[in-house]
Each structure stands twice: as structure tokens, then as C-alpha cells.
Design a protein around this ligand. Sequence first.
Ligand code: GAL
Length: 246
Amino acid sequence: MAFSGAQPPYLNPIVPFTGTIQGGLQDGLQITVSGTAFYSGGTRFAVNFQTGRSDNDIAFHFNPRFEEGGYVVCNTKQKGSWGPEERKMQMPFQRGSPFELRFLVQSSEFKVTVNGNLFVQYEHRVPFHHVNTISVTGAVQLSYVSFQSPGIWPATAAPMTQRFVHTVQSTPGQMFPNPMIPPMAYPNPAYPMPFFTSIPGGLYPSKSIIVSGTILPCAQRCGSCVKAMASGWPWMVSTFLNTTTA
Ligand code: GAL
């Protein structure tokens, strides 16, 4: 199975959250943090890639601040001391709106994308292979933290070509979308596999979830599943898969 090496995700982790990164950071590893920044309980949140559970050695501190128009601080802490800050005077997050934040570990830097758009690059100041822990703190709620291992895609193939995933809200009992409730379309043009996301509004009878994609030429199998977390509800899920080959 292609993804057997991937670390399972942390689902709905409670903040402050500290989790192990199995095998530590590696070149090509991608970590996805999905959540929503709060309006209350502070004006900052942070994602830290660190050594161990103490916060004395943080290779990469990514710290959005909803202050002074909004900006993001990036920094490294070594033996308890912060280095010089790199500030990006833009705020790609909106409080109250779900975000998908991705960290791609590369040999010389972290590449950070927010909702599919490259936001910042942060050059390694300490060797990234010292990092074995991710922590998230501050005014944020998390849906999941997931890991996409390097090397699961052939060098020439994109993980998934341009398609979309959206859920269609329909009135319970109806098979067809209710035009009064707009569909929720996920913003990104491409998703690495395995893909995890929360379902806005949860599942209920007649709700449709449409998953559209392209099967890679090298694929032996593909599929999708919806895992109902802590729900005893009866529900129906429709899955449509476009099976054009890339
Ligand atoms: C400090 C702040 C820390 C951390 C650091 C980054 O002022 O207290 O939480 O964000 O800046 O440079």
C-alpha cells in the first residue's frame, strides 16, 4: 500500500498541543495543520518545530499575530534564547475562518503555504533533523495535524492534479442541493494524499460530499472513506470519482 509509511494524523487535538513527529523531520516531509484562529483568548497562535517537549530548542517558530494590522513572526530558539525575528507584515489568516497551513521541509528551508498559496520561506538556522516534535499554542482550534512522507510520489507526478473537493448542503430529506445553503468548496487546487479534512456542519441524511480527482498512471488502487467521529447518526454519503488518467 502506497501510504503505509505515513504517520497517522492527530485528529481534533486540543491546544496547547504537543505531538511527536515519527522519525523526525526529513527532507520532503510535509506537515499540514488545519484549524481556525479564535477571536477570543488572545491575539496570537504559534506552530513550533522543536526538539523534545520542552520549548528550549525550537528550530522553527511560526507565529501569526493579529496585532497592528496583522503579521507573522518566524524565529528560532536555541538553548532558551530567541534569535533575530523574521517578520512578514501580512496576515494570511482570518479569525473565525478555517485554514490549511502546510510546512514543506526542504534541504535548505521550510516552505510555508496557507490555503494553497506560498506565504513564506524560512532558511534553516539549526539542522532540521534535530526536530522530533510539533507543538501548537495560542488562540487557535485544530481540526487535524497530518503528515505526508517524502518519496511517496514518483518524481515526475504531481500528487493530485487540479480538481476540487466540496460538500453540498441540502435540506435533510432532499436529494438535491438547497440553493439557500451555499456549497463549501475547499480552496486548494491540489491536495497531497492522504487528505484529511473536517466536514463543516457534520454529516446528516442527504448531505453529499463530492470528491473529484485524477488517478495517477502508477496507481494500483484508490478510494475514499468518511470517518464519522463520535457520531451515532444515520447518514448518507455520495462519492463521485472522475477517473481520467493524467
Ligand atoms: C517574543 C514572544 C515569544 C516569541 C518570540 C519570537 O516576543 O514572547 O512568544 O513569539 O517573540 O521572536
